[in-house]
Design a binder for this molecule. Structure first.
Ligand code: NDP
Length: 477
């Protein structure tokens, strides 16, 4: 079997490899991917450092052309790359193709941003002096990504890093190296100079840690768990380096008495269970007012009965497998915790067997949960949702905000007054009205507050806040 190698200083290297396993069929090896070492990581950082002076001064047209080519190739290969994504991560094929299209759109967006780089010229408060405000690239950016969006998250970090003139060392999650390898290959062939983008696949504890320990990374952008995020923060402070963290969520979706029941059920089913609940923006807490509670539980349960859990590649599948055995154990452990805590298992909770050996779990709904239970406070990151009954809107808002997280929040209501109040007062980086909490545009800011995020927002033109540093120049006329 071919080994998909690491890209260091423009060369494909590495003979030690790890199997990439399909969670829908654990007998299937998707591919063999290089298992990088700390030495490889240091070499990649050195290569990115050497490439930085030239790339930081490269023309904006060169950057535009390379990013555009990458976006175009990803779009042209969306079905093939989507299938690779579905096979390595377990998202259904339509979800995986949708994510691939989004990655392409992100490259197209930043191809455009490269042509829109601008500064400001403003008068000085002193006579005969001009002031210019410009944005410089940071230097070498370390990119560390999680397994749940194997192509979109790498795209939304790599594209702005390169657009603004930085060089990159990129470490994808060990579970899903396939899509990362593919986009690095595409960018390499699109004409990136040697060393501008380096790929080091391998373990977080080895490759990731070597990145954290390096004094030569000017910035690290990280998406993943809160625990690893804290390590990134501490190590970055040690090296006086800029860092950006996108971490967990326990996103609330409030359903009010006046909600359109169909809209509310569709939004809750989508954001609670699609992509196997493995989205940082998933609504894992449904907060439902008394008047609609029973109707909503009955309708959502009916909906869950129709959702087919099966191989991600089958056209009839709505929910693919859990990503791996470790995550499946986390999910089933939390299901036991929920039962012990006294929540009512209203639907699911069982493993299911399919034609192929995979990590198949029913969508699981707990009702009569309280916001104090562990299943309502801790991120599970699986298809397991707590439903909390509340008296009225005020209690719903207070419950929504009573969490250490603050990524996304939703409300299902036909009341303009409550929708407006919720948008203003919910403590989250993103708010959805009558929409799932997951599912966002690629050209506007993405991120949260409280324990979910740290540092500037990602995506859209707001990405410049992280990937550049502002310079103010004064000139005597
Ligand atoms: P992890 O924190 O386990 O891993 C994230 C990345 O960090 C992986 O590439 C991992 O490598 C790497 N890593 C692990 N240990 C270290 C280390 N010591 N030093 C440096 N890097 C390390 O998260 P998961 O991959 O399990 O992702 C799931 C989490 O991501 C969830 O909590 C979810 O909410 C969050 N997430 C947040 C998003 C957001 O935007 N807010 C979006 C998507 C996910 P490896 O896996 O190879 O060991």
């Amino acid at each position: 079997m071919t080994i998909y190698q690491n890209l260091i200083a423009g060369e494909w290297v590495g003979s030690d490899a790890t199997e990439n396993i399909n969670p829908s069929n654990t007998k299937e090896v998707v591919g063999l991917y290089a298992n990088g070492s700390a030495t490889d990581t240091k070499a990649a950082i050195a290569a990115a450092k050497a490439a930085f002076p030239a790339w930081s001064r490269s023309g904006i047209w060169e950057r535009h052309v390379i990013l555009k080519k990458a976006g175009d190739e990803i779009m042209a290969r969306k079905d093939e790359l989507g299938a690779l994504l579905a096979r390595e991560e377990g998202k259904t094929l339509p979800e995986a193709i949708g994510e691939t299209i989004r990655a392409s759109q992100i490259f197209e967006f930043f191809a455009g941003e490269a042509l829109r780089l601008a500064g400001e010229i403003i008068p000085s408060v002193r006579p005969n002096i001009g002031v210019e405000i410009t944005r410089d690239p940071l230097g070498v950016i370390g990119i560390i990504t999680p397994w749940n969006f194997p192509i979109a998250i790498p795209a939304w970090k790599i594209a702005p890093a390169l657009c603004y003139g930085n060089t990159v060392v990129f470490k994808p999650a060990e579970l899903v190296p396939g899509c990362s390898w593919a986009i690095v290959d595409i960018l390499h062939r699109a004409g990136l100079p040697k060393g501008v983008l380096n790929l080091v696949m391998g373990k977080g504890s080895v490759v990731g840690q070597a990145m954290l320990d390096s004094p030569d990374l000017a910035g690290i952008t990280f998406t993943g768990s809160t625990g690893t995020g804290k390590r990134v923060a501490v190590a970055s402070l040690e090296h006086n380096r800029k860092f950006q963290l996108e971490m967990g969520g326990k996103n609330p979706m409030v359903v009010l008495d006046d909600a359109d029941l169909t809209v509310a059920v569709e939004a809750a089913a989508n954001s609670g269970f699609f992509s196997t609940g493995q989205r940082c923006t998933a609504s894992s807490r449904l907060i439902v007012t008394e008047g609609i509670h029973d109707k909503f539980v009955a309708a959502l349960t009916e909906k869950l009965k129709t959702l087919v859990v099966d191989d991600a590649m089958k056209p009839t599948t709505h929910i693919g497998p859990v990503v791996d055995e470790r995550q499946l154990k986390t999910d089933t452990d939390y299901i036991e915790i929920g039962k012990k805590e006294g929540a009512k298992l209203a639907f699911g909770g069982e493993l299911v067997t399919r034609e192929t050996p995979g990590f198949y779990l029913q969508p699981t709904l707990f009702t009569e949960a309280t916001n104090q239970m562990r299943i309502s406070r801790e991120e599970i990151f699986g298809p397991v949702v707590s439903l909390i009954r509340v008296k009225d809107y005020d209690e719903a808002l207070a419950t929504a905000n009573d969490t250490p997280f603050g990524l996304s929040a939703g409300i299902a209501t036909t009341s303009l007054k409550h929708a407006t109040h919720f948008k203003r007062n919910v403590e989250a980086g993103m708010v959805m009205v009558n929409l799932p909490t997951a599912g966002v545009d690629f050209h506007v800011p993405f991120g949260g507050r409280k324990g979910s995020s740290y540092g500037p927002r990602e995506q859209g033109k707001y990405a410049a806040e992280f990937y550049t540093t502002v310079k103010t120049s004064y000139t005597l006329a």
